[in-house]
Design a protein around this ligand. Structure first.
Ligand SMILES: [Zn+2]
Length: 214
């Protein structure tokens, strides 16, 4: 979301101006897997995306999670760096060893009730669309925005290209248990954050994993 209104032109500029651990945090897991799961706008930026991506990564897939930690100064939206300009050395390394990638986003109030399925991995798109429809979700594989088709979008760097999932707020919320917050700073640091919040999140994660051959 927000693509052309980003405050920082890339992660290097963001890093030069803000502090790791205070304003943002990056979590990575290198599992030597051929699949990398990424939440580039995690934490408070697109709430719920860090947790969902972590659950999809499970015990075996590579994981890269950029979390916005602050509520007001800077605002979560200020830490948004669009996917075509989202570059990081560790992420590059994970993608270089992968055949495909998955990125998880939240699109706020846009696409109400829907999941927009983008990216250039056509096979994964078709498979995940069919599975998610089977679970009762409304999906759009030809969405008006956030199509994830740019070759400069990091998700498309691996040879089989990638899968980009954009969830509206209400869909994201449906994947969480009622008492569970969409972003909990402490939870995201511990092991508990790798557990699905409810059964639907677990099924969602399974559908995505199957679609990319995990
Ligand atoms: Zn996003």
């Amino acid at each position: 979301m927000y693509s052309n209104q980003d405050r920082y032109k890339d992660l290097s500029e963001l890093r030069a101006r803000l502090r790791s651990g205070k304003h943002f945090r990056i979590r990575t897991l290198d599992r030597k897997s051929k699949i990398t799961v990424v939440s580039p706008h995690g934490g408070r930026i697109e709430p719920g995306s860090s947790r969902l991506a972590r659950v999809i990564a499970g015990d075996d897939l590579n994981f890269f999670d950029f979390q916005g930690l602050t509520r007001f100064f800077p605002r979560p939206v200020d830490l948004h760096v669009t996917s075509t300009r989202f570059r990081d050395e560790i992420l590059d390394r994970l993608l270089a060893q992968s055949l495909t990638a998955v990125s998880i986003h939240g699109m706020g109030t846009e696409g109400k009730g829907q999941i927009w399925i983008g990216g250039l991995n056509q096979e994964a798109k078709s498979l995940v669309a069919a599975s998610l429809v089977g679970l009762g979700f409304a999906v759009d594989c030809d969405s008006p925005k956030y199509r994830g088709r740019s070759p400069n979008n990091f998700v498309n760097f691996p040879p089989q290209k990638g899968l980009q999932l954009e969830l509206s707020d209400d869909v994201m919320r449906s994947l969480f248990a009622p008492h569970d917050r969409l972003f909990d700073r402490r939870l995201e640091q511990g092991q508990q954050g790798s557990q699905a919040s409810n059964i639907l999140m677990s099924k969602f994660a399974h559908a995505v994993r199957l679609a990319v051959g995990a």
